[in-house]
Ligand binder design. Structure first.
Ligand code: PLP
Length: 447
């Protein structure tokens, strides 16, 4: 007799595997495939030697070695929290004091992804509303979905979030009596994942004004996900939303060492308004009572030695070159075809490619043809959370120039071009193409 069923929690039932993982498995199974899908970083430039030296310095120090291998605090290493504030102050051209921030307002997390999860857990109940960019970072969408909240997307353009559209949406919610359900506004405001666009300087104070105006009975927090801020290839840095929040009341700043240093260290940081710091710490205490202590010591050492800063600065020309290779190859190939546009990001890892006509969905002809040509992209529809029953926009895709070499980027774009031409010139056979159902891959292969 079989045992009775295991009954899962409601939250677990709302938590699904990301569709992207099925798709990525296909890549793993296909030899010679060039992945322009994965959000991984450039491998050749990862700072192995600097980390090895920092590791040796920390572990062979009779005081720091044992401390680093001991449990730390839930909030994280005080020295690294100070350094985080210092780095942010440098980026924003003001002192932590001017921002009313102290190391007490900083929490170190296991990547910024953990912070996003903790925030959702601390702030959101089923039925709450989160406003986000459309398209946006799909891994956070999964978190929001598992919390049973309603996600409402606001269009983005080259200047980031479209504020008139946001205002209109909020007014509409107010008329329906639903504005009080809005708890969070989430923005990836530097070189966004997936479009590569940045929130324009003039929109930054306006966004905060809007949020304050619509925070009537309860405060709507802005989550500023600055995961790509350090990967800037041209132009001046823009002031963070956090730096405009002089009283530390409205903005949660989510930063990470993953992109400018090494994702394998998996260390992120949060700057939090005081009222939510304790709740976040209580919850993090339940999760892990502190992220990897050794990693925090290593990062503190890398920053003290200036290695982190050198690494970050070394990455800029390297990724700028890869971006330019991708943009040049796009112009030379897909630029010759009608009805195709793409973003020109000033930083980050992504180009957003939009077609006037082609369906880029995972079951569509282009995805199939691209796979047959040996190149992989992220279907744009994964970056939207549509209203129930509606198919999200499906005429764009995300291309990453992070992990592929310049030669692979060039070849990948050529393959994509061939795929586009095949689909456009086909007589219908391609549009009937379907991806075979792949086996379930390990989670988290792309972000
Ligand atoms: C927009 C954005 N936010 C957060 C993260 C999470 O990064 P990590 O947890 O490695 O800091 C990613 C990862 O790709 C991302 O693209």
């Amino acid at each position: 007799m079989s045992p009775p069923p295991i009954v899962r929690s409601r939250k677990s039932l709302r938590t699904t595997d990301s569709p992207i993982n099925f798709y990525i498995q296909k890549a793993l199974e296909t030899p010679g495939l060039i992945s322009l899908a994965a959000g991984l970083v450039d491998e050749g430039s990862l700072p192995c030697e600097a980390v090895a030296q920092a590791c040796q310095a920390v572990l062979l120090d009779p005081r720091r070695g044992p401390a680093a291998l001991q449990y730390g605090s839930t909030q994280g290493l005080p020295r690294l929290r100070e350094q985080v504030l210092h780095l942010l102050g440098q980026a924003d051209g003001c002192s932590p004091h001017e921002l009313n921030l102290t190391p007490d307002d900083v929490v170190l997390t296991t990547g910024s992804q953990q912070l996003l999860y903790l925030l959702a857990e601390v702030l959101l109940d089923p039925g709450d509303i989160v406003l986000t960019e459309a398209p946006s970072y799909f891994v956070f969408h999964s978190v929001l979905q598992s919390h049973g909240v309603q996600v409402l997307g606001v269009p983005v353009d080259e200047g980031g979030l479209c504020l008139p559209a946001l205002e209109e949406l909020w007014e509409q919610l107010a008329r329906q009596g639903a504005a009080e359900r809005v708890k969070l506004l989430y923005t990836v405001d530097y070189f966004q994942n997936p479009t590569g666009w940045t929130l324009a300087a003039e929109r930054r104070p306006q966004l905060l004004e809007l949020v304050q105006r619509f925070s009537r009975r309860q405060r709507v927090l802005v989550v500023e996900d600055a995961a790509y801020r350090e990967l800037r290839y041209e132009g001046p840095d823009l002031p963070s939303l956090k730096s405009l929040d002089r009283d530390n009341r409205w903005v949660v700043y989510a930063g990470t060492f993953s992109k400018p240093c090494a994702p394998g260290l998996k260390c992120g940081y949060a700057l939090l308004p005081p009222e939510i710091r304790e709740p976040i710490l209580h919850l993090k205490g339940n999760h892990d009572f502190g992220s990897a202590h050794l990693v925090q010591h290593l990062l503190a050492e890398l920053i003290d030695r200036g290695e982190y800063q050198r690494q970050r600065d070394r990455l800029r020309p390297l990724y700028r070159h890869k971006r330019d290779v991708m943009l040049d190859e796009l112009a030379a190939t897909l630029g010759q075809e009608a009805g195709i546009r793409w973003s020109r990001p000033a930083g980050g890892l992504y180009v957003w490619l939009a077609f006037a006509d082609l369906d880029t969905g995972p079951q569509g002809a282009l995805a199939q043809a691209a796979l047959e040509e040996g190149v992989l992209y992220v279907p744009g529809e994964f970056a939207y959370l549509p209203a129930d029953g509606e198919r999200p926009p499906h005429h764009a895709c995300r291309l990453s120039f992070g992990v592929a070499t310049p030669e692979q980027i060039r070849e990948g774009i050529r393959r994509l071009h061939r795929a586009v031409r095949r689909v456009r010139h086909s007589t219908g056979t391609a549009s009937a193409g379907q991806l075979n159902s792949p086996a379930v891959p390990p989670r988290g292969t792309v972000a």
